[in-house]
Write a protein that binds this ligand. Structure first.
Ligand SMILES: *[C@@H]1O[C@H](CO)[C@@H](O)[C@H](O)[C@H]1NC(C)=O
Ligand SMILES: *[C@@H]1O[C@H](CO)[C@@H](O)[C@H](O)[C@H]1NC(C)=O
Ligand SMILES: *[C@@H]1O[C@H](CO)[C@@H](O)[C@H](O)[C@H]1NC(C)=O
Ligand SMILES: *[C@@H]1O[C@H](CO)[C@@H](O)[C@H](O)[C@H]1NC(C)=O
Length: 274
């Protein structure tokens, strides 16, 4: 029985430890603005489907001056931090069932200051005791862009023989693990880049060869048919994809597509012969 208990505690600890490094709210943002001489604070937060809201605090210099009990929705003030009479407007908009909340405070005679923050308490996957401050929330600013260049100029059209290159610009979160980058033409993979020793090319229509120009600063740059230039089949939909693993171990990818067209290419209408 004792053995069973310690194994259970160890598993629980491991679970909590692994959760702690990666659990964060879906979004959390404290908006601060001035209205006459008053400070308007808007805390917006969103929870993931497996997270439960447990409480929130509005804080000044790491001390709460206002909080709402998540059960009774009763408001509380800590007047030693900010006198309750200075919180001239307040509205908590959330309940324990919704995944989205907004808390608005208007504080008299205050100005925009970085000393304010919003702290959310929550449970995740049934484990209670998590909290997150609007200060620590890192927004998801992952992005990817496919840009097509003709002779180093951003273009959507080309002529046979032109120097065409594809740039994949992407941004991941600092703790993401970058797995590989892929480039597709008309949804067919032609280039896969893991690192300088692991790169793979598969010819596709209009793409007989590629040259790797650079892999630095979150940009992968390749030139299509480097020796002869683009041919009449090179036009099409180019798609960059970045494959990565999130800190909580999920395989993810981001993609973006851009189109390249042969210049002056028109649909040839049937000529009427008399
Ligand atoms: C929670 O709030 C949402 C809208 O914000 C509302 O539709 C829902 O009925 C509320 N649930 C409870 C239990 O009050
Ligand atoms: C928030 O959680 C961290 C990590 O569990 C803990 O160290 C900290 O005391 C908590 N902060 C508050 C204000 O409860
Ligand atoms: C990457 O960015 C740094 C700083 O902006 C710059 O000095 C460097 O030349 C860039 N490298 C490449 C290959 O573009
Ligand atoms: C990219 O993600 C989508 C779902 O968003 C998935 O269907 C697809 O298989 C992923 N592709 C790769 C190469 O992992």
């Amino acid at each position: 029985m004792e053995k069973y208990n310690s194994v259970f505690i160890l598993l629980l600890l491991l679970n909590v430890l692994t959760l702690c490094t990666c659990i964060s709210l879906k979004s959390l943002y404290l908006d601060q603005s001035n209205r006459n001489n008053d400070l308007v604070l808007n805390c917006n937060f969103q929870l993931d489907s497996d997270q439960q809201f447990q409480g929130m605090e509005m804080r000044l210099k790491n001390k709460y001056y206002y909080f709402v009990d998540s059960g009774s929705l009763k408001e509380h003030y800590e007047s030693s931090v900010i006198d309750s009479s200075r919180v001239i407007e307040h509205s908590p908009l959330y309940n324990t069932t919704t995944k989205y909340g907004n808390v608005r405070n208007v504080i008299s005679s205050a100005s925009v200051s970085n000393d304010f923050d919003c702290l959310i308490y929550f449970s995740a996957g049934g484990v209670p005791g998590f909290n997150q401050s609007s200060r620590d929330f890192v927004p998801d600013d992952r992005s990817i862009q496919t840009t097509l260049y003709v002779y180093n100029q951003v273009r959507g059209t080309y002529k046979v023989g032109d120097d065409v290159s594809v740039h994949c610009d992407y941004r991941l979160k600092a703790k993401d693990f970058l797995f590989d980058r892929r480039v597709y033409k008309d949804n067919k993979l032609f280039y896969r880049y893991v690192n300088k020793d692991q790169k793979y090319f598969i010819a596709q229509s209009g793409v007989d060869n590629v040259r790797l120009d650079s892999d630095a600063n979150n940009t992968l740059r390749i030139t299509i048919n480097p020796n002869v230039g683009a041919n009449s089949e090179t036009g099409g939909r180019y798609k960059c994809q970045v494959n990565y693993v999130t800190p909580d171990g999920l395989d993810m990818n981001s993609t973006h597509e851009s189109t390249l067209q042969l210049a002056g290419f028109k649909t040839i209408l049937p000529v009427k012969l008399n």
